[in-house]
Design a protein around this ligand. Structure first.
Ligand SMILES: Cc1cc2nc3c(=O)[nH]c(=O)nc-3n(C[C@H](O)[C@H](O)[C@H](O)COP(=O)(O)OP(=O)(O)OC[C@H]3O[C@@H](n4cnc5c(N)ncnc54)[C@H](O)[C@@H]3O)c2cc1C
Length: 382
């Protein structure tokens, strides 16, 4: 067996034995599954795309998307939390000055410290260019003032990639990107957000009050940060689509098993045509969604422009999950409501997936805009 298949098998076992059983507890306790993130780190999952020179596995994007699908089959929130720490480690290893990367990447890989990425603010979600967290040049570095909200892992994360405006009113052009250390003065954490589900995602916010970032902690200057954020968002869209596939795949697997052993009117549920057609619909839409993810993931791994396939994969997968998870839960009867099954958690996960890294409406806008632009590869309208 090759190393990737071995990793995927270990990940599947970890999802089954650790994440699935832990998820109801993290939900009840309204917290990040931090002990499981440390266990995931021990099998390399915080370092998937991190170069071996930094202690990571140095794998390509397609493996990351497959890992995301396998883990989200057990729990969406856990997977988001883990991947957000992974993403900060990969970004620092790739883009930060050596001194900054060498200082922080080992802690992120070992999950001694969690990471998160903060674009959204109390007053700016979809309209990222409208952020008002201000970065002001000082003789000591950059002074950061403002607030961030709705950030995955913000309930506990210690290392935070923060996007801030360097020139009020300049929109995308003035946005720069900084590394913020939550242990330093000027970082004020808000209490974790109380939600209707998905607390393992650790959603929350924080304020920056005269926080001082060193010059070398500016990860991207104005003019580059906004574009870099949009580039990396394609990867996030595709792994979220893969996570929706994972949730639907698991719900389908459970419903198929239940349909064989549960009887009604003298025969197994699966023997009723009306019952099994529901599962056939889910299996078909899942297959289509997996193809969209595979196509987009291939483009990302090849370094090609993936805006359109990434937006389409996420739009389709989130809508597919929002259609099929309730249908599969219905096929389970009352049994599907038991906490040991993931139907309720997965439904909440699919709701969250409709917002993170571009809401469905923003994806539609992107897809519509790309229909109007000529596709350079094809020499025709995309
Ligand atoms: C659990 C969770 C975790 C998150 N994690 C992160 C994170 O780690 N980092 C981060 O930076 N952000 C994160 N987000 C924030 C997420 O990116 C935003 O929720 C998203 O960008 C949408 O912003 P909003 O919720 O403020 O909605 P708004 O921008 O207020 O929009 C409200 C509604 O109107 C729609 N809308 C807005 N403008 C238009 C328009 N022009 N045309 C049509 N419809 C429109 C939106 O699609 C949405 O349905 C997270 C959100 C959640 C729920």
């Amino acid at each position: 067996m090759d190393a990737v298949e071995d990793l995927l098998q270990r990940t599947a076992r970890f999802a089954r034995e650790v994440v699935g059983p832990g998820a109801p507890r993290w939900e009840a306790e309204r917290r990040i599954g931090r002990e499981a993130i440390a266990a995931a780190a021990a099998i390399g999952l915080t370092g998937l795309e991190v170069p071996p020179a930094f202690g990571g596995l140095g794998l390509g994007y397609r493996v990351k998307a497959r890992v995301a699908e396998v883990l989200a089959a057990a729990d969406f929130g856990f997977t988001m939390s883990l991947l957000n720490t992974h993403n900060v480690a990969a970004k620092l290893a790739r883009e930060a000055p050596q001194a900054v990367a060498r200082r922080h990447v080992p802690d992120l890989l070992a999950a001694r410290r969690l990471g998160c990425t903060a674009l959204t603010e109390p007053g700016a979600g979809s309209d990222f260019a409208a952020i008002v967290t201000l970065a002001t040049r000082t003789p000591q570095g950059w002074r950061l003032d403002g607030a961030k909200a709705w950030i995955t892992n913000a309930a506990e994360a210690e290392l935070i990639v923060v996007y801030a405006q360097t020139e009020a009113g300049s929109g995308a052009r003035g946005i720069a990107c900084f590394l913020v250390d939550a242990a330093r003065p000027g970082f004020v954490r808000e209490p974790a957000f109380a939600l209707s589900g998905q607390h393992a995602i650790g959603a929350g916010g924080f304020r920056l009050e005269g926080y001082l970032a060193e010059d070398m902690e500016m990860l991207q200057p104005p003019g580059q940060a906004f574009k870099a954020a949009l580039r990396s968002i394609n990867g996030a869209r595709v792994y979220i689509a893969a996570m929706c596939n994972g949730m639907v795949g698991e719900a389908l697997r459970i419903a198929q098993g239940y349909g064989r052993q549960r009887h009604s009117f003298g025969q197994p549920l699966a023997a009723h045509q009306g019952w099994r057609w529901r599962l056939a619909e889910a299996a078909t839409e899942l297959a289509a969604s997996r193809l969209l993810v595979a196509q987009a993931a291939e483009r990302i791994e090849a370094g090609a422009d993936a805006q359109l396939p990434a937006a389409q994969a996420k739009l389709f997968a989130t809508r597919m999950a929002e259609r099929q998870l309730p249908a599969l839960a219905q096929a389970m009867g009352a049994e599907g409501l038991r906490e040991q099954h993931p139907f309720g958690r997965h439904l909440a996960g699919a709701r969250v997936a409709c917002f993170v890294d571009g809401s469905s409406e923003m994806l539609l806008e992107r897809i519509a805009a790309l229909q109007r632009e000529p596709d350079p590869a094809q020499g025709r309208q995309a």
